[in-house]
Design a protein around this ligand. Structure first.
Ligand code: SF4
Length: 369
């Protein structure tokens, strides 16, 4: 970035700060706080890192949503993955799952006790391991939203084409729109606007949010991850509220199309079908997950090895469920920074690089207004 770019960005940031203050002033007659939810964990991190909350007027509160895939994965899933490792399978996972507590222990601890648990940087890494170890079953932990599901399905497609058969998925796939519907339906949660996730929207398209705006009256803006993208998105949300015209604004149209990525949608549809699934903190939400279609169940570790994935037992003192619904800020958890911190996390929200508690601890020392 050169000096001219830097000044332009500062100018733009200043413009958004004063425009947001103006919107806050115009919305003061509501007589209550306005609640905007950033759905995506990457937004949560960027908001904390760049001090975006400092730009908001006092009557606008930014709350974090359930868009951190690691955070919403139930402890029973970790238990099932550990069981597979104990059975002698090679379990491959993205690194941020390693320290997430299951009902009793974590994958990291299970690895220290001898379980064959490998960290993979892409789904292709798991497929390569399966190719290198033809006599051993390799299970990839498929955790994520639509953005992550697409490359995992592309990897499965590649494995099938190459005739690799010692390979399966333990899925905890989640779909964003049903989770947003569940949040809107919860009478204890007030949401005036969604800052919609950028990467997920690249797959599902901005039109996917239209029911939230048109039927439920929730303002929606798709925004990118740069600080100015986020400020622009928050400005767009408050503008919709000032104009009393709820709609879906796509402010990340350099990446996101109204209909999304048809090729990615095609591969999801070919291999997967919607299924009810459990979310940490949100419970079971109808059609909010995706499971392999019956004709591909041989690649589903549950069916292949006859295991179940119960919800499991989260640490009863951890309030991640409340944090994920935006009911409390991380600092309101009595354990925050006292006995729960990134070196010794009690819940997934403190483990994940996209977790609200980790973001608050790392960038704001918990000082969320
Ligand atoms: S601070 Fe720790 S214990 Fe509290 S909600 Fe966050 S992760 Fe759970």
């Amino acid at each position: 970035m050169n000096y001219v770019d830097g000044f332009r960005r500062l100018e733009a940031a200043d413009h958004f700060r004063s425009a947001l203050a103006d919107h806050g002033h115009k919305l003061a007659h509501w007589g209550r706080k306005i609640h905007l939810m950033e759905v995506c964990g990457s937004h949560t991190m960027a908001i904390a890192r760049f001090g975006i909350r400092d730009f908001l007027p006092a009557n606008v509160r930014l709350i974090s949503g359930p868009g951190c895939p690691v955070c919403v994965t139930v402890p029973g899933y970790i238990d099932a993955a550990i069981e597979l490792a104990v059975q002698g399978k090679i379990v491959v996972t993205f690194g941020d799952m390693l320290r997430v507590p299951g009902s009793r222990t974590s994958l990291e601890q299970a690895r220290a006790e001898g379980g064959r648990i490998e960290t993979g940087y892409s789904p292709a890494h798991a497929l390569e391991l399966a190719r290198q170890h033809p006599g051993t079953e390799v299970v990839f932990l498929g955790v994520g939203f639509e953005t992550t599901i697409a490359p995992i399905m592309a990897m499965l497609d590649g494995g099938i084409r190459k005739g690799i058969t010692n390979f399966s998925l333990l899925t905890a796939f989640k779909r964003v729109p049903p989770a947003l519907s569940a949040l809107i339906a919860d009478p204890e949660i007030q949401i005036d606007g969604f800052l919609c996730p950028a990467h997920v929207s690249a797959i599902i398209g901005s039109d996917a949010y239209r029911p939230f705006a048109e039927t439920h009256g929730v303002a929606c803006v798709v925004a990118g991850f740069e600080p100015l993208d986020i400020l622009y998105g928050l400005h767009g949300l408050t503008q919709q509220l000032v104009e009393n015209h709820r709609r879906v604004d796509n402010q990340y149209n350099r990446v996101v199309k109204p209909g999304g990525n048809r090729q990615a949608q095609g591969i999801l549809e070919r291999y997967l079908e919607p299924a009810d699934t459990s979310w940490r903190g949100l419970g079971t939400i109808p059609d909010s997950g995706m499971e392999l279609r019956p004709e591909y169940q041989r690649f589903d570790a549950r069916h292949r090895f006859g295991i179940t994935v119960p919800p499991g037992r989260p640490n009863p003192r951890c309030l991640c469920g409340e944090v994920l619904k935006g009911k409390i800020d991380p600092v309101q958890c009595p354990l925050f920074g006292v006995v729960c911190h990134p070196d010794q996390p009690l819940g997934p929200c403190m483990v994940s690089s996209e977790g609200s508690c980790a973001a608050a601890f790392k960038y704001t020392s918990g000082a969320i207004p």
